[in-house]
Design a protein around this ligand. Structure first.
Ligand code: HEC
Ligand code: HEC
Ligand code: HEC
Ligand code: HEC
Ligand code: HEC
Ligand code: HEC
Ligand code: HEC
Length: 390
C-alpha cells in the first residue's frame, strides 16, 4: 500500500515542523505533552480498578501484576525501597558532599554532610528495572505541590550513583540533596508514572494516587466497556490492532516521547540522548517507515512497539526472541526484504543495528533507531558469536 506509506512519512514530516523547545538534557526537563483525549496527565476521575477487569480478563491481569508498568512509582516506605537505600551512602564527586540514606520510623530520609537538615523521601520513581530516583514533596507558597528530585539514585544490579541529568555534581548546601522541580513539571512527572493523580487546586492528595500505569491509561473507557459487556452489548472499546502503526507508536509515545516533539535538527543519530525515547528512534527507522514494502508472507509484518513488546509483561530478555522478529522481514526469501550486506554475518543483529547504549555510567538503554552504523561503532568480531546458519 504505497499510499499509506506516503501518509506515514508525510505525518512524520509535518510533525517535525510543529515543534517546541525541548531540553533533552534531563529526564526532569520534559515538555508537557498535550495530545488528543488520551492526555498524558493521569485522569482525575476514578478509573475502574484492575480487579474489576480481572473478573473477565484474568489472564491479562495475572501477567500484568509483574509488569514494570505497574511499578513506575513506589512509596519510599516500601520494604523493597528501604532495603535498597537505607544505611547506604554515596559521594557524587571525590571532594563533594557525602549523601546518606537512613530509615527512621519506617520512613526513608536523605541527608547531606553539606546541609544541616534531613529530607524525607516520599516516593521512588522507576521500578528499578533501570533506575529508581527518590523524590521529596513540599507545598509551595501558592499551595501547590512541587518536588525535589534526589541527586542520588539506585541502579541495578545494586549500586547508588548520580541521578542522570540532574547535574548536581558538587552542589553546595541544600542543592546537594537534589534539584527543585516546579509545579507544572511535578504534575508531568507524576502524570507519566501514575494512573490517577487527584489534587485539590494543585495540591496532590498523595494518599489517593493510583500508582503505576494501569489498564485505563492504555484502554480508556473501562467503565462503559464493563457495563456494555455485562449487558451483552456490542464491543466498543478501542482495539489497538485497529490503530495505524504511527498512531500506535504515538500512543505509547505519550509517555515514551514522540518524534513530532522534536525539531529536525534534534533528530540526529549522533544525539545519544534520543536513546531514551524508543518511539522517536522507531519513527526514524527504515523498518518502520518502509514497512509497507514487505511482500505478503506467512506472518503479519507489522512494525510498531507491539512487534517486540507486550506492554502487560516485562520486556523479553532473550536476544534470540528479537532476532526472530528481524528475520521475519529480513532475509533471502521472496516474502522478505533486504538481507544483511555486512561482510561479517552473524545472527546477533542487535549488537550492530540496535545496540544497548550507556546513557550514563549506570543507565543502559536500547537504541530503537534501527540503522547501519559507522564501522567504528560496531562491536569487534571477537565479541560476536559465529553465525550458526549454514
Ligand atoms: C512524558 C512522560 C514522562 C515524564 C514527564 C517523566 N517520565 Fe520518567 N519515565 C517515563 C518513561 C516512558 C520511562 C521509561 C522509559 C525510559 O527509560 O525513559 C520513564 C522512566 C523513568 C525512570 C526509570 C529509569 C528508566 O530510565 O527507566 C525514572 C527514575 C524516572 N522516569 C523518573 C522521572 C522523574 C523524577 C520525572 C520528573 C522529574 C519523570 N520521570 C518524568 C516517562 C516520563
Ligand atoms: C463482564 C466482562 C468484562 C469485563 C469486566 C471487562 N471486559 Fe474487556 N472484554 C470483554 C469481552 C467479552 C471482550 C471481547 C472478547 C475479547 O476480546 O476478549 C472484551 C474486550 C476487551 C478489549 C479489546 C480487546 C481487543 O480485541 O483488542 C480490551 C482492551 C478490554 N476488553 C479491556 C478491558 C479492561 C481494561 C477492563 C477493565 C476496566 C475490562 N476489559 C473489563 C469482557 C469484559
Ligand atoms: C502512562 C505512561 C506510559 C504509557 C502510555 C506507556 N508506557 Fe511504557 N513505560 C512507562 C514508564 C514510566 C516505564 C518505566 C517503568 C520502570 O520504571 O521500569 C515504562 C516502561 C516500558 C517498557 C520497559 C519494560 C521493561 O521490562 O523494562 C516497555 C517495553 C514499555 N514501557 C512499552 C510500552 C508500550 C509498547 C506502550 C504502548 C502500548 C507503552 N509502554 C505505553 C510509561 C508508559
Ligand atoms: C501500557 C499500555 C497498556 C496497559 C497499561 C494495559 N494494556 Fe491491555 N493492551 C495494550 C495493547 C497495546 C494491546 C494490544 C496488544 C496486541 O495487539 O498485541 C492490549 C491488549 C489487551 C487485551 C486484548 C488482547 C489480549 O491479550 O487478550 C485485553 C483484554 C487487555 N489489553 C486488557 C488489559 C487490562 C485488563 C489491563 C490492566 C490490567 C491492561 N490491558 C493494561 C496496552 C496496555
Ligand atoms: C516489519 C518488518 C521488519 C522488521 C520486523 C524489521 N525490519 Fe529492518 N527493515 C524493514 C524494511 C521494509 C526496511 C527497508 C528495506 C529497504 O529499504 O530495502 C528495513 C531496513 C533495515 C535496515 C537498513 C536501514 C537503513 O537505514 O538502510 C537495517 C540495518 C535493518 N532493517 C535491520 C533490522 C533489524 C536488526 C531488525 C530486528 C531488530 C529489523 N530490521 C526488523 C523491515 C523490517
Ligand atoms: C524490533 C524489536 C523492537 C521494537 C519494535 C521495539 N523494541 Fe523496545 N526493546 C527491544 C529490545 C531488544 C530491548 C532490550 C530488551 C532487554 O534486553 O532488556 C527493548 C527495550 C525497551 C525498553 C526498556 C529500556 C531499554 O531501552 O532497554 C523500553 C522502554 C522499550 N523497549 C520501549 C519500546 C517502545 C515504546 C517501542 C515502540 C516505539 C519499542 N520499544 C519497540 C526491541 C524492540
Ligand atoms: C557485525 C555487525 C553486523 C551484524 C551482526 C549484522 N549486521 Fe546487518 N549490516 C551491518 C553493516 C556494517 C551493514 C552495511 C554493510 C554495507 O556497507 O553494505 C549492514 C547492512 C544491513 C542491512 C541493509 C541491507 C541493504 O540492502 O542495504 C540490513 C537489512 C541488515 N544489515 C540486517 C541485519 C540483520 C537482520 C542482522 C541479523 C541477522 C544483521 N544485519 C546482522 C553490520 C551487521
Amino acid at each position: 500500500m504505497p499510499g499509506r506509506h506516503t501518509t506515514i512519512r508525510l505525518i512524520a514530516f509535518l510533525g517535525f515542523a510543529l515543534v517546541g523547545i525541548w531540553s533533552l538534557l534531563s529526564w526532569s526537563v520534559q515538555k508537557p505533552v498535550s495530545v488528543s483525549e488520551f492526555a498524558v496527565h493521569a485522569s482525575d476521575h476514578q478509573p475502574p480498578l484492575m480487579n474489576r477487569c480481572a473478573s473477565c480478563h484474568q489472564d491479562v491481569c495475572e501477567e500484568f501484576k509483574d509488569a514494570p508498568h505497574t511499578q513506575t512509582l513506589i512509596e519510599a516506605s516500601d520494604p523493597l525501597v528501604l532495603s535498597r537505600f537505607a544505611g547506604r551512602s554515596f559521594q557524587i564527586t571525590k571532594d563533594g558532599p557525602l549523601i546518606s540514606f537512613e530509615e527512621k520510623n519506617k520512613q526513608l530520609w536523605m541527608t547531606s554532610d553539606a546541609y544541616p537538615e534531613s529530607m524525607r523521601i516520599e516516593w521512588m520513581f522507576g521500578s528499578g528495572q533501570h533506575a529508581m530516583t527518590p523524590v521529596s514533596l513540599f507545598t509551595n507558597p501558592d499551595g501547590s505541590t512541587e518536588l525535589i528530585e534526589g541527586s542520588v539514585s539506585w541502579f541495578p544490579p545494586n549500586v547508588l550513583g548520580a541521578t542522570p541529568g540532574a547535574d548536581l555534581t558538587g552542589s553546595p548546601g541544600i542543592r546537594s540533596l537534589g534539584g527543585p522541580i516546579d509545579h507544572a513539571r511535578t504534575m508531568e512527572c507524576f502524570g507519566c508514572h501514575v494512573t490517577q493523580l487527584p489534587h485539590d487546586g494543585g495540591r496532590i492528595r498523595q494518599q489517593d494516587i493510583i500508582k503505576g500505569v494501569s489498564c485505563d491509561r492504555c484502554h480508556p473507557g473501562g467503565e462503559k466497556h464493563i457495563t456494555e459487556m455485562e449487558q451483552g452489548a456490542e464491543l466498543s472499546i478501542e482495539k489497538w490492532s485497529e490503530l495505524s502503526p504511527l498512531e500506535s507508536i504515538n500512543r505509547c509515545g505519550e509517555c515514551h516521547r514522540r518524534a513530532d516533539q522534536l525539531t529536525a535538527s534534534e533528530l540526529s543519530p549522533e544525539r545519544s540522548v534520543l536513546v531514551r525515547f524508543a518511539p522517536v528512534g522507531m519513527a526514524m527507522s527504515a523498518c518502520f517507515l518502509k514497512q509497507d514494502s514487505v511482500p505478503e508472507g506467512p506472518h503479519s509484518f507489522r512494525m510498531d512497539c507491539l512487534t517486540c513488546h507486550d506492554p502487560h509483561k516485562p520486556a523479553e530478555k532473550s536476544k534470540e526472541f528479537y532476532v526472530e522478529k528481524c528475520l521475519q522481514c529480513h532475509g533471502p526469501e521472496k516474502h522478505q526484504v533486504s538481507d544483511c550486506t555486512s561482510a561479517i554475518t552473524s545472527r546477533e543483529c542487535l549488537e550492530c543495528h540496535m545496540p544497548t547504549v550507556n546513557v550514563t555510567d549506570n543507565l543502559k538503554l536500547t537504541d530503537h533507531w534501527i540503522r547501519i552504523r559507522k564501522s567504528s561503532d560496531l562491536p569487534a568480531v571477537s565479541e560476536l558469536a559465529p553465525n550458526p546458519k549454514p
